[in-house]
Design a protein around this ligand. Structure first.
Ligand code: ASC
Length: 154
């Protein structure tokens, strides 16, 4: 009995130690991590869609507004990944599919691909040149969609 308790306690410690430091420092409960990733995605989506509207001439191209969008995206695009912690599969109306935790390598690769595209989109959106924005926007949107198809419930 005592032995079983000790091994359970050790297992609990191992799980705690395996969590990224952020899990201990900034999220006090799983729902906080879910809300954090959703909030970061929401801010990204708003500014990404605004860039898209300018790229597609749905609203007039405004170089200054595009640069602001790029600055906001640059500040938040690496935040959502932090919120996909073990134990956050359910709660806070998450749209994440179980595949996020079952196919970790593929999921992480999706983030790397998004980062690579954003690292092109951000300077393009700040270039003051609508053609540059347009050229970078399409591939970035397809990268978003590719990951959503695999890992987000519709
Ligand atoms: C957006 C938005 C997304 C992506 C994706 C691209 O504007 O909110 O999630 O683009 O729809 O296909």
């Amino acid at each position: 009995m005592k032995k079983k308790f000790v091994s359970l306690a050790l297992a609990a410690c191992a799980v705690t130690l395996a969590l990224p430091a952020a899990a201990q420092s900034i999220f006090s409960k799983p729902d906080d991590a879910i809300k954090y990733r959703q909030a970061a995605f929401f801010v990204m989506a708003k500014h990404f869609a605004h860039l898209g509207a300018m790229a597609d001439n749905k609203i007039p191209y405004d170089a200054k507004a595009a640069a602001t969008d790029a600055d906001v995206i640059a500040a938040v695009y690496k935040l959502p990944h932090t919120g996909f912690l073990p134990g956050t599969e359910k709660g806070a109306n998450t749209e994440a599919k179980p595949e996020v935790w079952r196919q970790q390598a593929k999921f992480n690769d999706g983030f790397d691909k998004m980062y690579a595209q954003m690292d092109k989109l951000i300077p393009a959106a700040k270039s003051g040149n609508q053609a540059d924005l347009k050229a970078a926007f399409g591939p970035t949107g397809r990268t978003c969609k590719g990951c959503h198809d695999d890992f987000r419930k519709e």
